[in-house]
Design a protein around this ligand. Structure first.
Ligand code: DGL
Length: 250
């Protein structure tokens, strides 16, 4: 039986989910979080669904061995590939993510909504279902290579990548941009700088933090006593750990 004081496991292929973790800490400061960045197997977004399921299972085994009371898949790609499978296998709640197309669709006028995500996210059935509901005027923009620039902390490389991208998708007829990969949230300031003020930029982080609170509350697993804490773990090396720490405190 899970206890209120047990930790929450959070995972991503790398540092991207740290952007989600920051919002979860703000929303639930009394919780204990264990964050796992699977840098040894990154990127997930250019792998097959089966390969991603295998990677995620491996991380989840390491987290469940630490008696987590809930799992947050802080990765759009891993959620699309593995969340349904994991929900069938685990006895703890699993909170996942999807590109924030729904709020972006509400802000759409006559232009388009660009959905930036990994190739695998945009190919999955889960995303197709989202497109059927909220996809009017939405354009899929796969961004292979962009998460790697975030992992390398290469802001200049990312700026060049986005400059080129917005040459292909000029902002004139765009109403909203969806950051459909948790890594891209670390570039939000750059997107804001490059895009006219009228263009909305959405991501799923705050919604995920609120969803985690709802799920814990529903399961009577909210830790109301604290103290809150964060433990960082990775399958990568020292530089991966250093970047996780830097971004967590940024
Ligand atoms: N951060 C991940 C996401 O939200 C994926 C990055 C990757 O491994 O390709 O989709």
């Amino acid at each position: 039986m899970s206890q209120k004081r047990d930790p929450i496991g959070v995972m991503d292929s790398g540092v991207g989910g740290i952007s989600t973790l920051r919002d979860m800490i703000r929303e639930l400061p009394d919780e204990r979080f264990i964050y796992f960045g699977d840098m040894a197997n990154a990127p997930y977004g250019t792998k097959s669904t089966e390969e991603v399921i295998a990677c995620v299972r491996n991380v989840v085994d390491q987290l469940t061995a630490q008696r987590i009371k809930a799992l947050v898949i802080a990765c759009n790609t891993a959620t699309g590939a593995a969340a349904a499978v994991l929900r069938g296998e685990l006895s703890i709640p699993v909170v996942g993510m999807e590109p924030a197309l729904k709020p972006a669709a509400r802000m759409r006028k006559n232009g388009s909504v660009l959905v930036l995500a990994t190739p695998l996210t945009l190919h999955q059935e889960k995303f197709e279902n989202l497109m059927k509901q909220y996809g009017e005027g939405a354009v899929k923009v796969p961004c292979p290579g962009l998460m790697e620039l975030v992992e390398a902390d290469d802001r200049e490389g990312a700026r060049r990548y986005l400059t080129e991208l917005f040459e292909r998708y000029p902002a004139d007829h765009v109403d909203a941009v969806v950051l459909g990969c948790t890594h891209y949230v670390f570039l939000k300031d750059m997107f804001r700088e490059m895009l006219p003020e009228r263009i909305a930029i959405t991501d799923g982080n705050e919604g995920t933090a609120r969803q985690l609170r709802r799920v814990l509350d529903r399961e009577n697993l909210l830790n109301d006593e604290g103290p809150g804490s964060v433990t960082l773990q990775t399958s990568g090396g020292e530089s991966a750990m250093a970047l996780m720490k830097k971004l967590l405190n940024s």
